[in-house]
Design a protein around this ligand. Structure first.
Ligand SMILES: Cc1cc2nc3c(=O)[nH]c(=O)nc-3n(C[C@H](O)[C@H](O)[C@H](O)COP(=O)(O)OP(=O)(O)OC[C@H]3O[C@@H](n4cnc5c(N)ncnc54)[C@H](O)[C@@H]3O)c2cc1C
Length: 384
């Protein structure tokens, strides 16, 4: 039985592990944490990701924990609803013509449970990968406290600060955005406050754009935040900023908030010998459009399919193809989403809002737009 090491028990590493286990590989997942991460990060699953997870046998349980989101909306802070796109026009393209809103921390325990049903598959916690060597057909991973694991392949899915990527000496090329993103999860029901809300809403504004999105547990508000102001100053003015979105005449009930820097970066190569990079270890992008985790899950399944062929050329082709998708598709769509949300030129803004209304009103144009935003077009040819 071929043994594959996977660094990182995030959504990408565990998807790779389960996909490999189902194809007959023995898999050892090496995770630096004492348990799976519980933090609230990605929360949108796109249709092709739902197809893949369903094929891995975890789709039903994920659906039980998530919220179906058949539409998403573009809004303007001043004008309200601009356009609502309905994924029902994708009914001929996918079995899942909707987004599923569900935190990634609800997916990972499901993947783990399914993985551990496979003989020979295990997760080692408190195992911080620090070094990688390759001799012949064997990859050896070493932890920071001297433990050793050997396999025929290593998939590095150990996140944006990937030790695997560093160990194989691959550059992480790209840019960092000038502002940070602040995400507040709130115990408020926004549908009672703002009319025509969808579960995911991209809100245009020349001064302060934002995103409002529903998860099973909370509404989340994402706000751009200056790069250099002290964190405590930003948290102190968060309520005032939320009241700019809607003022209930009292402070918003904020469950938690976090701030982070946003990068657009792609690894110079996704493969070095028998080591592959997947997910955030290979590419990071802004969260607008919800492409990061989704495209990482697509990497994981593509690698499992390629490794199952037993042909190193197929593995090389998968790594090259997934890097092209990251560069030409994920980076491009997410950066375009960012530029459009923050556009300040009144004529450009008006033209963009008009084009969104026109797309939403025309099923053929809506389908073409949704094939791209839902990532279907990054995975397979789509007919007219
Ligand atoms: C606020 C926010 C919102 C987001 N929203 C979305 C969204 O809606 N849709 C979307 O698609 N994406 C979204 N993303 C991006 C998404 O969260 C990431 O793309 C996703 O987590 C990547 O999964 P991963 O498994 O590659 O990495 P991670 O989730 O970072 O997992 C990496 C794992 O590796 C472990 N690890 C780290 N270093 C080591 C080491 N040296 N040795 C062993 N293990 C190690 C970590 O403990 C962790 O368990 C969002 C991100 C943020 C911050």
């Amino acid at each position: 039985m071929i043994h594959v090491l996977v660094a990182g028990a995030g959504p990408v590493g565990l998807t790779a592990a389960l996909a490999l286990a189902r194809r007959g590989f023995r898999v050892t997942v090496l995770e630096s944490g004492a348990d799976l991460a519980a933090e609230s990060r990605a929360s949108t699953f796109h249709p092709p990701t739902l197809e893949m997870l369903d094929e891995l046998g975890v789709g039903g349980e994920l659906h039980e924990r998530g919220l179906l989101s058949p539409t998403f909306a573009y809004r303007d802070r001043a004008e309200g609803l601009v356009a609502r796109l309905d994924l029902a026009v994708l009914a001929g393209d996918t079995r899942f013509p909707y987004r599923l809103q569900c935190e990634q921390s609800k997916l990972t325990p499901i993947l783990r449970e399914h993985l551990l049903r496979h003989d020979g598959c295990e997760i080692r916690y408190d195992w911080h990968l620090a070094a990688v060597t390759q001799i012949g057909d064997t990859v050896t991973a070493r932890s920071s406290d001297g433990q050793v694991a050997e396999g025929s392949w290593l998939i590095g899915a150990d996140g944006a600060h990937s030790s695997t990527r560093r160990a194989i000496g691959v550059e992480f090329e790209g840019i960092t955005y000038p502002e940070r993103f602040l995400v507040a999860s709130v115990d408020e029901e926004l549908t009672g406050w703002l009319p025509d809300l969808a579960s995911v809403n991209y809100v245009f504004d020349p001064v302060e754009w934002c995103v409002l999105l529903r998860t099973p547990d909370h509404w989340r508000v994402l706000l751009p935040t200056p790069s250099e102001t002290p964190d405590d100053v930003e948290y102190a003015r968060l309520d005032a900023r939320l009241r700019g979105v809607f003022d209930p005449g009292r402070p918003w009930r904020i469950a938690h908030a976090s701030m982070y820097r946003v990068h657009q970066r792609v690894a110079a190569s996704f493969r070095a010998g028998r080591v592959l990079l997947a997910g955030d270890a290979a590419h990071v992008n802004n969260p607008l459009g919800g492409l990061g985790m989704n495209s990482g899950i697509h990497d994981a399944v593509a690698y499992a399919d390629a490794l199952a062929t037993g042909d190193p050329a197929a593995v090389e082709a998968a790594a090259t193809h997934r890097r092209r998708v990251a560069l030409d598709y994920v980076q491009s769509v997410s950066h375009q989403n960012y530029e459009r949300l923050r556009a300040t030129d009144p004529a450009a803004r008006a033209a963009h809002l008009d084009s969104l209304r026109a797309v939403a009103a025309d099923p053929a144009r809506a389908r073409a737009s949704l094939l791209r935003s839902s990532m279907i077009a990054s995975l397979r040819p789509v007919g007219a």
